[in-house]
Design a protein around this ligand. Structure first.
Ligand code: TYM
Length: 355
């Protein structure tokens, strides 16, 4: 059976971008595959965090996986920090990852620039400020992510567009480990077909891979954006959802259309409508092509409220039963550890450690 692995950070509450870009596909992919879905709490501490909030968000995120339809009977759901192999493999991989590969990571550049409060591109100033405010963990973050994936020998990794570069890095790291330590020597020691690690593929959906901010159609919807009105959180009330769409940025063009580069907000809001209703583009254009924003927005809000309804009621049942959630996470961590420890053992053996 094919293996699937993915994860989301427990920072705040998952939003529509996380849902359409990734979590919904966790659900589709769990059937007929061996799926592992993790809550990556170790990644959440790469920027400054509050312990109480981390504790809460970790449980909320796990509950939202379940509420979204991730099924513990089919998939293994676990908290990353509860499986020790993640930090262990991460170190082994770090030592095989050139600094230059990490310096190219767009997400690191963006996040560290934001932490430094910088707009411009002055390389010297960037360097000076980063020495104080950017953690080493933020820099090595993609290697920990590679460990998450490689530990389970995942074939497929469902993610949004923004994680594509990290998956490419993961592939490069796996190939490098295989080149350095795999092949004949490793086969002789009993290694699987000479390959120490499997090389994964990203699974990026055709629609929803990059949901944009409601306040600016050129920047992506994000948990860390200061303005809460820029995103729809999966636990927002119907009233909040209505208000956020009502205030969403639009344009002064006539009618509505997909794909006009001058109208990023129109493309984004229509795509959200497409995802919430399941209609295809043609029928949406027939229905909404000549609408005004004032007519379309309440329709959009209604569709999103309806599509989140079942998820929210499942969530409310789950928070009433914390023991159930704990039991699932405990079982998940045990099962994940079994698989992950075998991989660490293989990598260590191939690299020359006494095991
Ligand atoms: P995170 O926590 O930022 O986001 C979780 C998932 O949601 C996707 N996503 C989006 N998709 C569409 N539109 C958006 N606006 C949007 N914002 C976020 C992300 O692509 C992601 O799939 N580094 C990862 C977490 C991670 C991981 C892993 C993922 C750690 N280890 C191993 C896969 C496999 C992250 O920060 O995702």
């Amino acid at each position: 059976r094919k293996r699937v692995l993915s994860g989301a950070q427990p920072t705040g509450i998952l939003h529509l971008g996380n849902y359409y870009g990734a979590i919904r596909n966790y659900v589709d992919l769990q059937e007929n595959r061996d799926a592992f879905y993790t809550i990556v709490d170790l990644h959440a501490i790469t920027v400054s965090h509050d312990p109480k909030e981390l504790r809460e968000s970790t449980r909320t995120t796990a509950a939202l996986y379940l509420a979204s339809g991730v099924d513990p009977k089919q998939a293994t759901i676990f908290v990353q920090s509860q499986v020790k192999a993640h930090t262990e493999l991460s170190w082994l991989l770090q030592c095989a990852t050139p600094i230059g590969w990490l310096e190219r990571m767009i997400q690191f550049k963006e996040k560290s620039r934001k932490l430094r409060n910088m707009e411009g591109d002055d390389e010297e100033e960037v360097k000076r400020r980063s020495q104080e405010s950017v953690s080493t963990g933020l820099f090595t973050y993609p290697v920990l992510m590679a460990a998450d994936i490689l530990l389970y020998r995942a074939d497929l990794v469902p993610v949004g567009e923004d994680q594509k570069q990290h998956i490419e890095l993961t592939r490069d790291i796996a190939v490098r480990i295989n080149d350095k330590y795999g092949g004949k020597k490793w086969k002789k020691r009993g290694g699987r077909g000479g390959r120490v690690l499997s090389v994964p593929e990203p699974y990026i959906p055709p629609v929803g891979a990059r949901i944009m901010s409601l306040q600016d159609g050129t920047s992506k919807m994000s948990k860390s954006a200061e303005n809460d009105a820029s995103r729809i959180n999966l636990l927002d009330t119907p009233k909040q959802i209505e208000t956020k769409f009502k205030r969403a940025k639009t344009d002064a063009f006539e009618g509505l259309e997909f794909g006009n580069p001058e109208r990023p907000e129109a493309t984004n809001l229509l795509s959200i409508y497409q995802l919430a209703t399941g209609y295809n583009k043609e029928s949406i254009m027939r229905e909404c092509g000549s609408m005004r924003w004032g007519e379309f927005k309440p329709k959009l809000a209604e569709a999103v409220i309806a599509s989140l309804g079942p998820l929210q009621s499942r969530y409310n049942e789950l928070v009433d039963d914390p023991a159930y959630l704990d039991a699932i996470l405990k079982e998940g961590a045990e099962k994940a550890s079994g698989v992950a420890e075998q991989t660490v053992k293989d990598v260590k053996d191939a690299m020359g450690f006494l095991i």
